[in-house]
Design a protein. Structure first.
Length: 118
């Protein structure tokens, strides 16, 4: 069984920064593509950023230049560094792990709330 546990969410003022962490445990390999998604109230879940095992990354356009995804394969942990946060970044942020070759193999964390407000 695979578990993904997110941490690091909270309340931050506009322009502030946060770092989210996602620790993976169980039968998960470093080959998995790790990603962050978010879902705001009344909106669909959307991709924030993803990182492959080799370190190549993919970002949603609105996050480029503000967010950075990274991973520590030795710790089975993926991070999301968020800078210059805006109120529209307010959402529940979810960690995702998916097999690069078998799409049906994927896992989600429980989510962590990020609220950007003054």
């Amino acid at each position: 069984q695979v578990q993904l546990v997110e941490s690091g969410g909270g309340l931050v003022q506009p322009g502030g920064s946060l770092r989210l962490s996602c620790a993976a445990s169980g039968s998960i390999s470093n080959i998995y593509i790790m990603g962050w998604y978010r879902q705001a109230p009344g909106k669909q879940r959307e991709l924030v950023a993803a990182i492959a095992s080799g370190g190549s990354t993919n970002y949603a356009d609105s996050m480029k230049g503000r967010f950075t995804i990274s991973r520590d394969n030795a710790k089975n942990t993926v991070y999301l560094h968020m800078n210059s946060l805006k109120p529209e970044d307010t959402a529940v942020y979810y960690c995702n792990a998916r097999h690069p070759l078998i799409p049906k193999i994927g896992y989600w964390g429980q989510g962590t709330q990020v609220t950007v407000s003054s």
